[in-house]
Structure formats: C-alpha cells, structure tokens
Design a protein around this ligand. Structure first.
Ligand SMILES: *Cc1c(COP(=O)(O)O)cnc(C)c1O
Length: 347
C-alpha cells in the first residue's frame, strides 16, 4: 500500500502472522462456548487485564454499549466526560438502546473530570432524580491527545463510586498505549475498575474486535446483552486468532509509536503557523492547531498533503489537524510528513 495514513491507528491491516493464525485457527460454535480460539483469547485477555473473565465483541462501541447496558437499568444515569468517545462518537447508544441518561461533565486538558464535580453529580436517592448508577472513564483520553491518565485518579473515582454504590467502567480502547506511556503493567490501570473494554483493532493491528473484561458475574450478564444486540458470533475463532497475535506480539512495540509521535510533535512545533501542546503528547495521538493567519485551513493542508505525497491526515475542525502514529507509519513517514508540511506552509 503506497498511501501513508496518519488519520488513525484503526487503519492498520492484520500482520502476516495474524493472517497465518487466522487461516489456521481452530474454530467451533462460540454461541455454544465451543470455539477454542475465542476461549483462548478471552482467557488471555482476562489474565493480562487482571480481571476474572472477558468477552470478545465486534467493536469498541459494542464493548462500551454492552458494558453500559449490563451495569444499568432504563432511566439510570451515567456520569461521563463531555468530550469522551462514549458521549461523542458512539451514536448515542446508551440512550438509544438502554434508556440511560448521560450526565456529561467538563474535563481538564488531560481528560479528567473534576473529582468534586463527579461527587456532586451523584444524585441523592430521591424520586425527582434519575438514579446515578455508573461512572464512565476513558484511558488514554482520545480527544486530549490520547493523554494517559495515571491510576491514582481512578482510585479516587473508585472511592466515590464505592461510597455511592456505583459501578466504574473504563473505555480503554487504547489502555495498552496508556500503560506503555506510564511504564506500568496494564493491570495497574485496571485494578480500580468494575469493567474495561479495549480495542484489538487499533495500535494492536488486529483486523476486527474488542474485548470487554470484568468479574465472572458481570461477563455472564454481558454475554446475554451481547446476544440481544446480535453480537454473538459463531466461528469467531478466525477473528480471535488475530487477537491473540495482537496481544502476544503487538503490545510491547507500542512505545515505538509513542517515540515517533514525540518526533512528529517536536517537528510540528518548529513549523511556524502550527502549534502543538508538547507537554500533552505522551502516546500516539497529536492534535495540531493551524494558525488562523495562514492562508490555508486544516482542510487545505490535508488536501495538499494528499495531492503531493498521498499522505492522509485527519481534519478535526477548521483549524485543527489530527495525526496518529501506528505500526504502519514509522520514522521515514514522519520525516516525509514534516518535509511536505514545511513545503506546503511556506507557500
Ligand atoms: C476507537 C475508540 C472506541 C471504539 O471504536 P470502534 O470504532 O467502535 O471500535 C471507543 N473509545 C475510544 C476512546 C476510541 O478511540
């Protein structure tokens, strides 16, 4: 593929060893619990995440939606970041399917809701109010440069939840990036959570799939919700086989993506007309502001990059670009992107 794609880490194709594992995967009927590859992936994921059980789902959105439906009843309320993925980018699934009220709270520049605000958002047990049932957190925090939030914060969120009988679910689409950036075992990121979902198909490069983890009881419930949503699959071992390779081979290399993001961010910050919050770039996502004095908008720059060098980037808004590093875009691609940006912006 000659396209150079910085739009997202979702664009990664399965690796050669994933394709081989998929071709040779032992399979069975997973709705009967008989697919050995799915069972192996779920066991491996549960162990790596430090939870009792795990469930393979088709997407990150399904992982979060299944978790929300399993934690709540209709009319309950869920506290979450106003710019979180669940709030902004999952088609309103919690309301559409679960009748759950979102209670969006502002987040700081690293994606944290204020603890005082979270505490205040828990409704008293009074028939006027929706029953607060769930706190949704996200790590790394996608809309804040994929910032990796440290476990101490989730310990405090967990304390508020415990005091009020709430559950905590983490949208951990990129939790392995967060753990790598903080130099922690991913289990240290998950110990304060009731459930977590993460994506196999982003930086870990599997073609399809996410995993939801939690207690045995919770996953039992979640399995039923997944069935309701039409997400129970039969010989899903062909998907799971790639997921196993993702967990075994692709986790340790995420730091390379982070180093490339550092290099890209440093280069961007030296181009007059572009600016980056360098102190917030810790993982593989970079939001880059385009100075409004330039005679080019973010879209204009993206169009030029595509035309000149087949480099694809994400336009976040009129004056903002997003770049994501992953196993398909290494140092040479970063250098090429910077070179073309310098040429385009000099005009
Ligand atoms: C990608 C992503 C998801 C899930 O996305 P799908 O496209 O449904 O797999 C959830 N949360 C965050 C933060 C994400 O980046």
């Amino acid at each position: 593929m000659d396209r150079i794609d910085f739009r997202s880490d979702t664009v990664t194709w399965p690796t050669a060893s994933m394709r081989q594992a998929m071709a040779n995967a032992p399979v069975g009927d997973d709705v009967y619990g008989e697919d050995p590859s799915v069972n192996a992936l779920e066991a491996l994921a549960a162990q790596m995440l430090g939870k009792e059980a795990a469930l393979l789902v088709s997407s990150g959105t399904m992982g979060n939606t299944v978790a929300i439906l399993a934690h709540t009843r209709r009319g309950d309320e869920a506290i979450l970041g106003i710019d979180s993925h669940v709030m902004m980018s999952e088609a309103g699934g919690m309301a559409y399917l679960g009748g759950v009220m979102p209670r969006p709270l502002a987040t700081d520049r690293t994606g944290k809701m204020g603890l005082g605000e979270v505490f205040k958002a828990v409704n008293p047990d009074d028939p006027h109010y929706p029953a607060t049932r769930l706190i949704l957190v996200e790590n790394s925090y996608g809309s804040k440069n994929g910032y990796p939030i440290e476990p101490a914060y989730f310990q405090q969120i967990h304390n508020i939840a415990q005091e009020n009988g709430l559950a905590v679910h983490m949208d951990g689409a990129r939790v392995f990036n967060a753990a790598a950036a903080l130099g922690l075992d991913v289990r240290e990121m998950t110990q304060h959570l009731d459930s977590i979902s993460f994506c196999l198909s982003k930086g870990l490069s599997a073609p399809v799939g996410s995993i939801l983890c939690g207690s045995t009881d919770f996953i039992h419930k979640a399995r039923r919700v997944r069935k309701v949503l039409g997400g129970a699959m039969r010989q899903a071992g062909v998907i799971a086989a790639a997921g196993i390779v993702a967990l075994e081979d692709m986790v340790d290399r995420l730091t390379i993506d982070h180093e490339n993001a550092q290099k890209l961010a440093a280069g961007l910050s030296k181009i007059e007309g572009l600016s980056v919050d360098l102190d917030l770039i810790k993982t593989n996502i970079i939001f880059c502001r385009v100075n409004q004095d330039l005679n080019l908008s973010a879209q204009g720059i993206a169009d030029e990059l595509k035309k000149r060098a087949n480099i694809w980037v994400d336009v976040d808004d009129v004056w903002k670009l997003r770049f994501v590093t992953h196993c398909w875009v290494g140092e040479p691609e970063v250098d090429l992107l910077l070179k073309h940006l310098r040429l385009i912006i000099r005009i």
